[in-house]
Design a protein around this ligand. Structure first.
Ligand SMILES: NC(=O)C1=CN([C@@H]2O[C@H](COP(=O)(O)OP(=O)(O)OC[C@H]3O[C@@H](n4cnc5c(N)ncnc54)[C@H](O)[C@@H]3O)[C@@H](O)[C@H]2O)C=CC1
Ligand SMILES: O=C([O-])CC(=O)C(=O)O
Length: 362
């Protein structure tokens, strides 16, 4: 009797397993969109683990792949969706072998809606990167259209998701996203955040080098935007409190503003920052998820709709919570050098914002 019961159970397990090993209709990868179940729960049906659903759009790229790795390791993430127009089957198969949460891959525009449906957080590193000699604004012509298409999908399929925009030029792609959401009637400025964390990460590193401190103990607010002079580190507000000579201020400000170009030149045509960016994006996404969970006191710099200056978008410290950006913190006292930097930053930012807005409303 017991033997018969065990044989029956084993036969049922084999049948379930075999059904998942059969070739899929449009995909030979069981964890891809056409597959029956999420990878990691193939053999026995289970309810979804508690946690957040996160999609990465541009997941097969230089940032997307290490970001997928880091998000798959995040215990707050229960389901990870990887969307790209190329190569997601391989990336998803690879990542799916990690013994962490579930992952599912989506390939090409027809699968965008399924990639987005039900997501709590959408991270967008889709788009072309710079080559030496280019500015971030030189990417506008290609990346603006990519940002528009992806945000139209978000407005339709997960209008309540928090959106983290990485694609450059961030100073324009965030206003583009806002205009797309406004047109769709889904715009919530608290849920749209441009990722400027890499500027803070770099500032912490370079300031740590100058002060001889562990960069993990340094926190430098970086305000403005994410390109050249719009990146404005507030070296007068570094934590722990410290002071710099004017040579140090000039050196640090210039290195932080040109950190992206430093990497573009070192990569000599093979792209821009990917690994440090994936680290920064994962750090920022984790802060957004902790905010969504209801953790208190989460403050990060981000480029958001803001009244902290007379511009409609500006990067500064924001407090994150259950509804996204719950408070935009004041800039604090700026010294003369920083006030001059702010004026330069605002001039360039105003043009980049207008360019993004006009792209959607032309
Ligand atoms: N915010 C920031 O601090 C930073 C932003 N970036 C920006 O991030 C973007 C991506 O950089 P990388 O990953 O190095 O580029 P990459 O070229 O290595 O990867 C981009 C990925 O986007 C995908 N893609 C293109 N069109 C798409 C679409 N319509 N839908 C979905 N995916 C699409 C590509 O297939 C590719 O896999 C660039 O615009 C870059 O300038 C890069 C570093 C820092
Ligand atoms: O410099 C680039 O083009 C990529 C980027 O935004 C950065 O590394 O900060």
């Amino acid at each position: 009797m017991e033997q018969q019961r065990q044989q029956g159970a084993a036969a049922r397990r084999m049948a379930t397993l075999a059904s998942h090993l059969r070739p899929q209709r449009a995909s030979s990868h069981p964890q891809m969109e056409e597959g029956p179940l999420l990878m990691g729960s193939n053999c026995r049906a289970k309810g979804a683990a508690p946690g957040f659903k996160v999609a990465i759009l541009g997941a097969a790229g230089g940032i997307g792949q290490p970001l997928a790795l880091l998000m798959k390791m995040n215990p707050l993430v229960s389901v990870l969706h990887l969307y790209d127009v190329v190569n997601t089957p391989g990336v998803t198969a690879d990542i799916s072998h990690m013994d962490t949460g579930a992952v599912r891959g989506f390939l090409g525009q027809p699968q965008l809606e399924n990639a987005l449906t039900g997501m709590d957080l959408v991270i967008i590193p889709a788009g072309v990167p710079r080559k030496p000699g280019m500015t971030r604004d030189d990417l506008f012509n290609i990346n603006a259209g990519i940002a528009r298409t992806l945000c139209e999908g978000i407005a339709k399929c997960c209008p309540k998701a928090i959106v983290n925009v990485i694609s450059n030029p961030v100073n324009s792609t965030v206003p583009i996203a806002a205009e797309v959401f406004k047109k769709a009637g889904t715009y919530d400025p608290k849920r749209l955040l441009g990722v400027t964390t890499l500027d803070v990460v770099r500032a912490n590193t370079f300031v740590g080098e100058v002060l001889g401190l562990d960069p993990r103990e340094v926190n430098v607010p970086v305000i403005g935007g994410h390109a050249g002079v719009t990146i404005l580190p507030l070296l007068s507000q570094v934590n722990p409190a410290c002071s710099f000579t004017s040579e140090e201020v000039n050196h640090l400000t210039s290195r932080i503003q040109n950190g992206g170009t430093e990497v573009v030149e070192a990569k000599a045509g093979a792209g821009s920052a990917t690994l440090s960016m994936a680290y920064a994006a994962a750090k920022f996404a984790d802060a957004c998820l902790r905010g969504l969970r209801g953790d208190a006191g989460i403050v990060e710099c981000s480029y958001v709709a803001s009244q902290v200056t007379d511009l409609p978008f500006f990067a500064s410290k924001v407090r994150l919570g259950r509804s996204g950006v719950e408070e935009i913190l004041p800039l604090g006292p700026l010294n003369e050098f920083e006030r001059a930097g702010l004026e330069k930053a605002k001039k360039e930012l105003a043009q980049s914002i207008q360019k993004g807005v006009s792209f959607i409303n032309k």
